[in-house]
Design a protein around this ligand. Sequence first.
Ligand SMILES: N[C@@H](CCC(=O)N[C@@H](CS)C(=O)NCC(=O)O)C(=O)O
Length: 223
Amino acid sequence: MIVVHHLNNSRSQRILWLLEELGRDYDIKRYQRDPATMLAPPALREVHPLGKSPVITDGDLTLAESGAIIEYLVERYGEGRLAPRPGTPERLRYTHWMHYAEGSAMPPLLLQLVFGRLDKGKMPFFVRPVARAIKNRVKASFIEPRINQNLDYMEGELARHPWFAGAEFTAADIQMSFPVEAAAARGGLNQSRPKLMAFLERIHARPAYRRAIERGGDYALMG
Ligand SMILES: N[C@@H](CCC(=O)N[C@@H](CS)C(=O)NCC(=O)O)C(=O)O
């Protein structure tokens, strides 16, 4: 049986969604973030040394990293679904987005989250204005331009075809859902980028997406 080690409000929601799309049976083992630090509990390190979510176990296999998990599940259980045929331009785009999601789109969104909290923690009162000034400067000069560059790129690609890999919905759209949702939550994505907003509407309307939310529980994006 496939077990998804699922942290609340996290990337592992994508794995539940994929398994629902594939119609596979699976179990969920739940972990809760520390409410103060938002970090995963130490119990996740007993499953995998990185202690992050998602991780799946499937028989003797333990696998971490969303992109690797998605590729494994599609290859092992997809029966040709949710991935374009190898050797096609669509397949190359599928591979591109599968890596781009975590390799390029997520890092500035994570920095946005970290710097957003820079002036919120405990600190002497006279340090707070300095922390706020550093935060605003890094956000304006480094983080936000990179988020916008990524959003412009994604918007442009979705203007060429409805899904990230081409005309058909694939597992690359599941992998890309997290950065697009994170950008809507904290990266300034709004109706000024209508293709990305339409993408969000279409994925949220998918029955498998909704079933995954029902099984997974709360899903408000953090990082
Ligand atoms: N690139 C990894 C990122 C994994 C990751 O950072 N997961 C977050 C949840 S969205 C996590 O476990 N955070 C808790 C922590 O770092 O303790 C993937 O896509 O699987």
